[in-house]
Design a protein around this ligand. Sequence first.
Ligand code: NMX
Ligand code: MLT
Length: 435
Amino acid sequence: MGYIKDLFKEKSTALNADIKKMIAEHGDYKIGEITIAQVYQGMRGMTGLITETSLLDSNEGIRFRGYSIPELREKLPKAEGGTEPLPEGLFHLMLIGELPTKEDVDHLTAVWARRSHVPNYVFDVIESLPVNTHPMTQFSIGIMALQRESIFAKEYEKGINKKDHWDFIYEDTMNLIARLPRVAAYIYRRKYKNGDHIHPNGMLDWAGNFAHMLGIEDKGFWALMRLYMTIHADHEGGNVSAHTTHLVGSALSDPYLALAAGMNGLAGPLHGLANQEVIRWIEEMQRELETEAPSKEQIADYIRKTLSEGKVVPGYGHAVLRKTDPRFTAQMEFGKTHCPDDPLVQTVWNIYDVAPGILGETGKIKNPWPNVDAHSGALLKHYGLVEEDFYTVLFGVSRALGVLASLCWDRALGLPLERPKSVTTEYLKKLVVGE
Ligand code: NMX
Ligand code: MLT
């Protein structure tokens, strides 16, 4: 048993005991009330899930096991000569609950490199799809094809003790995370580079190797990938991709089935696909205004036009956040260091200067501030990753770290099948008149 697995067993056994005690002593403690409005309005503010890996504060943003993004950029181990955190370190933090040492991170890099082989039949399945199939669809199908490799599914079929579920979910998690960059890079090179594939380099870290397999050797891009893979990994448990992975996993569907389901949610334009939509929206604005660098006045008019057409301004707003997303700020800081003169990056900053005021004026948009997706595409374009319909796949590779670490916790804590109650409007009508 690898030592991170031993550590996880130790931590989860201890938490299991704490939870049993909490339920025994405080099981009836009320943590909120549910209103009819909440039931109709996407369950906003309704606490109904346990997710150990991260916690969101609506004003401050995400904290991973108590650490904010600026803290993680400072404290997580970095690649040799690198400036950004290695996502392996974030995974260790989410799974174990403690900051890793550089040795812990190197261990994970080595484990994932060793487990990263993707069987050829997975590539055959991807090849059977028309090349113009959306990359997120190819990604989800690639993960589904890999499901044949699930150790949990095979062991469950043989018959395993419920106490051991976590062990096989952990094994699948490690194998799946190790394989995802290869699947994603394969889709990228297939779709945009005439199938001219690049072999993995087993000497590189997980994100560095992913950048290498995409075919971008600029070390600034490798740094961006390490930051990108770290900041997109988790956003507590209620977001669509995390919640879906957790829900599907609660049926004891294995990590491949659960992650593919989560990725299908991430592929929606109100969730992860917004990063693609942001770039398309900016490019449409540039085309319409016939300028690469629209002025703030022109941007303001274009935002008003978008709103008047009943469309959303992609990259702005959030279901929970009520301030600028710290993931946006981290990317802005990266841009200020690495590409302050890039016209597209500057346009993103100009939008940031004018959009919140206009969105706020509508009086109905609860959060007029930018989210993570408002910035990422401009940085990717800067380094030559110009195919925006691939951007959500990058988000998905990163998101796997958080949702699969959580799936390990779900099974280690023995969380049951998720099955909330639903009612009809007719039922509520009778309820409010006291029938
Ligand atoms: N542009 C225009 N209208 C908006 C926006 C926006 N950026 N954000 C919210 N609204 C509208 C929203 O559609 C709703 O309209 P209506 O009452 O007519 O149905 C109204 O404002 C109230 O919505 P909120 O309660 O502020 O937001 P909600 O929690 O329902 O939705 C989002 C959150 C993220 C879905 C929403 O802000 C949005 O559609 N943003 C643009 C898409 C986006 O950037 N998504 C990425 C989120 C981050 N991620 O990666 O997942
Ligand atoms: C996310 O990263 O999942 C998004 O910000 C959406 C959310 O938290 O609801």
